[in-house]
Design a protein around this ligand. Structure first.
Ligand code: HMG
Ligand code: MG
Length: 311
């Protein structure tokens, strides 16, 4: 990629539905259904699947079976299977589960850090330090995720300088990739460009992703803004599943199907089969007993069905 305004030829898409998508579900989703979702995502061609988190089961009961899920997953070589790990306890479980990548997750706002992981930003970095050291020593990929980069449910606006401050600290810990997350989906395109401009004055674009939630319907516009800023890694969740238990009112992540439809329409390669992906979205929506929230997924499958019945 030569300039920031030139779009990338290829993007990496990370599907976070087994973790971010399901963590907020009140009804318990079985290990079998979680594993089936992960297998379907793998078959659709996702290069990176955020499969589980190893957090306190008192805080997020839905994720309590992470080890059982990973033991039952038949791994596809080349796919990065990731887990969220807030502390050494979580890291030990991730290592036992044979994760390819661990994710330390902080926030750009003090209010959200306290509510989500029960400590200040500075304290969270100290908890992440041994996790980062262990991951580097064990050769496990280390990713950082920063919540509330475009707005906080407790503090409102978040200045880009605060995002950059957490980026600096996560880079110091050795993260190879960092997610810029709009946890409550309030950001708009100009804001997205501004935050990446701040970051890219100091760091290479290739190391940053966009993790957008679609609460206000801005996620696809924000992804285009991020693409134009030079970002080439995006997170999505099939069927638009998700939300964070500590960000009341925030809806799901942008649907992975919507991102893939956008990218293919722009002539950007993803390596993902949209039909298999949309079928994965339909299947998990049926399990949860709710309509599929991906508009691209629904429209794509309807078009396929119409084409078949016309043949
Ligand atoms: P704490 O209460 O401050 O810590 O929680 P603690 O060390 O006192 O532990 C409390 C209890 O949890 C103890 O059990 C620990 O053993 C246990 P007890 O003695 O009471 O029986 N515990 C654990 N159990 C299993 N695995 C662990 C673990 N750690 C402690 N790893 C803690 C601090 C961080 C653990 C807690 O606040 C927590 O688990 N928070 C989870 C928050 C979470 O998962 N949020 C959702 C994910 S973040 C997100 O969705 C945003 C993101 O998608 C990006 C975006 O959109 O912004 C990433
Ligand atoms: Mg999220």
């Amino acid at each position: 990629m030569s300039t920031a305004t030139q779009l990338p030829e290829r993007v990496k898409i990370v599907d976070v539905s087994p973790r971010d998508g399901l963590q907020n579900e009140k009804q318990l989703v079985s290990v079998t259904d979680k594993v089936s979702l992960i297998h379907r995502l793998a078959r659709a061609g996702l290069p990176n699947i955020e499969a589980v988190s190893f957090v306190s089961p008192k805080w997020v009961p839905q994720m309590a079976d992470g080890l059982a899920v990973m033991q039952a997953v038949e791994r596809t070589p080349g796919i990065i299977y990731s887990a969220l790990t807030p502390n050494m306890r979580g890291y030990e479980s991730a290592r036992e589960a044979g994760m390819d990548e661990v994710v330390i997750f902080g926030a750009a706002s003090e209010g959200f850090s306290q509510k989500n992981i029960n400590c200040s930003i500075a304290e969270s970095i100290e908890r992440f330090r041994p996790v980062a050291q262990a991951a580097l020593a064990d050769g496990i990929r280390l990713r950082g995720s920063i919540s509330c980069c475009l707005g906080c449910p407790y503090e409102g606006a978040v200045d880009p300088s605060r995002v950059l401050d957490v980026v600096d600290r996560m880079m110091d810990l050795g993260c190879v990739e960092i997610d810029i997350a709009d946890t409550i989906g309030v950001g708009t395109a100009h804001q997205v460009k501004t935050v990446y401009e701040w970051i890219f004055r100091r760091y290479e674009r290739e190391r940053f992703s966009g993790h957008f939630h679609d609460t206000y319907g801005q996620a696809i516009a924000n992804i285009v803004a991020a693409l134009e800023s030079g970002v080439a890694i995006f997170h999505g969740s099939v069927a638009g599943l998700g939300g964070c238990p500590y960000a009341r009112g925030a809806t799901g992540n942008v649907a992975t199907e919507d991102i893939v439809f956008l990218m293919h329409g722009l002539g950007i390669t993803t390596g993902i089969d949209l039909t298999l992906l949309a079928e994965a979205g339909e299947a998990i929506s049926r399990v949860l007993g709710r309509p599929n929230a991906s508009r691209a997924g629904r429209a794509w499958l309807a078009r396929q069905a119409a084409t078949h019945s016309a043949q």
